[in-house]
Design a protein around this ligand. Structure first.
Ligand SMILES: *[C@@H]1O[C@H](CO)[C@@H](O)[C@H](O)[C@H]1NC(C)=O
Ligand SMILES: *[C@@H]1O[C@H](CO)[C@@H](O)[C@H](O)[C@H]1NC(C)=O
Ligand SMILES: *[C@@H]1O[C@H](CO)[C@@H](O)[C@H](O)[C@H]1NC(C)=O
Ligand SMILES: *[C@@H]1O[C@H](CO)[C@@H](O)[C@H](O)[C@H]1NC(C)=O
Ligand SMILES: *[C@@H]1O[C@H](CO)[C@@H](O)[C@H](O)[C@H]1NC(C)=O
Length: 425
């Protein structure tokens, strides 16, 4: 009996160690060379920014840090949120009409997955279609079977489920609004169950003053902030007219020209202080999955700096991109972490912010965890890519050695403790 116990212990100790070896080696850390998304830790994705086969893919971070988990209690306009441009236009999506979609695709995953990955701003194009309101990518304000993705209510229900399951999260929807049917938007928001989370226009500051605090929004369960591009709907349906509250730079390729940050035509100029929210668009006219990796890396950080200067030294509250998961490792999540660091506590990374700290008193923690973007130095694409590349190799080499040593240690400890257990029994 005791012999069996001993061998059982040895067996389980070995099994346990083997399990750890497997689990550990299959969850690669940020910056390590990888073969596919599954080999990376959660919140990471295996990416490469170049078609150069000698440059191996690395695990890169796809989720920004939740700033509310670091410091809560500030006005809504003191935070920055990862935002997806045309959030609904998902690759490989087939039109719910059954038609083959001939519309551009801007994102890789569903709105539910986007929300799970920390996306908190959704840009949705809505059209009257088929006696309903559809998410559509179209022209001349009309939707067609081959440009229609799905009824908007489906995606609103995804947002509803997320807000229901995450009672301390706030989501913003910006509607590119082609809906002319009477109270059409009101109807689908109500039908989706999102009505109860509605943040009312009456609480939005229209003169550039601070928004209510995130805490009060959460406490009052007013955690859905919705904007429309149709000004009349603010009075008729209580949906905020986006450019009464936002300044926003030029979207598309014209907005990606290095060194300048013009406002989009409908927006007041970037430095207008009577708008308390700043939105940064950074995506080309035609979505491009391959190029997005580059666009979402150093040039995004550079444009964020350029727009900061243009916007009267204000960091963006919303950073809007295509294919938000694509970057060389210092992409949209790093940009959002940086903007949050600046907005929340005056530091280069939200990780440096602590409750009740003095604004700008960053010294000790600054830049210690891996991905703090070296913003000053990242104006050139090649420098940033080169830096990331070198770091990946440095990290993966020593990382693997460290892991191995750690594992041997763990295995031995488990093994010896099971022997000890056997002896004392
Ligand atoms: C591929 O990347 C390696 C390492 O950075 C570099 O030495 C090589 O010149 C690159 N090849 C091409 C074709 O760009
Ligand atoms: C468009 O899709 C609807 C179903 O949503 C279908 O009834 C209709 O026949 C389609 N029209 C064309 C021209 O394919
Ligand atoms: C700005 O608007 C708020 C209400 O939205 C009001 O309480 C405040 O007095 C206004 N401030 C200025 C300077 O007009
Ligand atoms: C972008 O502009 C900055 C200065 O605003 C400059 O330092 C940098 O080299 C430019 N990058 C490219 C790729 O042109
Ligand atoms: C604001 O920006 C515009 C350009 O968009 C510029 O003409 C104007 O001088 C700026 N105002 C201030 C106060 O900086």
């Amino acid at each position: 009996m005791e012999r069996i116990n001993f061998w059982l212990n040895v067996f389980f100790a070995t099994l346990f160690a083997a399990f750890f070896l497997f689990a550990w080696s299959s969850a690669l850390k940020e910056g390590e060379t990888c073969v596919n998304d599954k080999s990376c830790d959660s919140g990471l994705q295996c990416e490469t920014c170049t078609e150069n086969v000698t440059v191996p893919p690395r695990c890169i971070r796809i989720r920004p840090h939740n700033p509310l988990h670091k410091v809560s209690g500030l006005p809504f306009n003191r935070y920055s949120w990862l935002t997806t441009h045309n959030s609904f236009a998902r690759m490989a999506h087939k039109s719910d009409t059954g038609a083959v979609l001939l519309a551009p695709m801007n994102q890789q995953d569903s709105v539910t997955v986007q929300l799970e990955n920390g996306v908190r701003g959704l840009m949705l194009d809505m059209y009257d279609f088929e006696d309903d309101i559809w998410l559509c990518h179209s022209f001349h304000g009309r939707c067609f079977n081959y440009t229609a993705f799905q009824p908007a209510i489906n995606v609103l229900k995804e947002v509803q489920a997320f807000l229901e399951a995450n009672p301390t999260d706030i989501v913003t929807i910006i509607i590119e609004d082609y809906v002319t049917s009477q109270s059409g938007l009101t109807r689908i928001f109500k039908a989706s169950g999102l009505g109860k989370f509605w943040f009312p226009v009456s609480r939005m500051p229209s003169n550039g003053t601070n928004w209510p605090t995130v805490d009060s929004m959460i406490e009052d369960n007013q955690r859905l902030v919705v904007f429309t591009t149709k000004s009349s709907k603010e009075a008729s349906e209580g949906i905020a007219y986006v450019w009464r509250y936002f300044v926003e730079n030029q979207y598309g390729s014209d907005g990606m020209k290095n060194g300048s940050c013009p406002n989009r035509a409908e927006s007041a100029s970037m430095n207008t202080s009577s708008r308390s929210l700043v939105l940064l668009n950074h995506f080309p006219d035609t979505p491009d999955l391959t190029e997005a990796c580059k666009h979402n890396s150093a040039p995004l950080i550079t444009m964020m700096n350029t727009c900061h200067d243009a916007a009267g030294k204000r960091w963006p509250n919303f950073i809007s991109v295509d294919f938000y998961k694509r970057s060389d490792g210092e992409g949209p999540p790093a940009a959002v972490d940086f903007a949050n660091g600046q907005l929340v506590c005056g530091c280069n990374n939200i990780n440096s912010c602590r409750p009740k700290m003095t604004f700008g008193d960053c010294n000790t923690l600054e830049g210690s965890p891996a991905p703090a973007p070296t913003i000053e130095a990242s104006t050139s694409t090649t420098t940033a890519a080169g830096r990331g590349f070198k770091r990946s190799f440095a990290d993966s080499g020593s990382g693997q050695r460290l892991q191995f040593g750690w594992l041997m240690g763990t295995g031995l400890i488990i093994f010896s403790s099971s022997i000890t257990g056997f002896i004392t029994i």
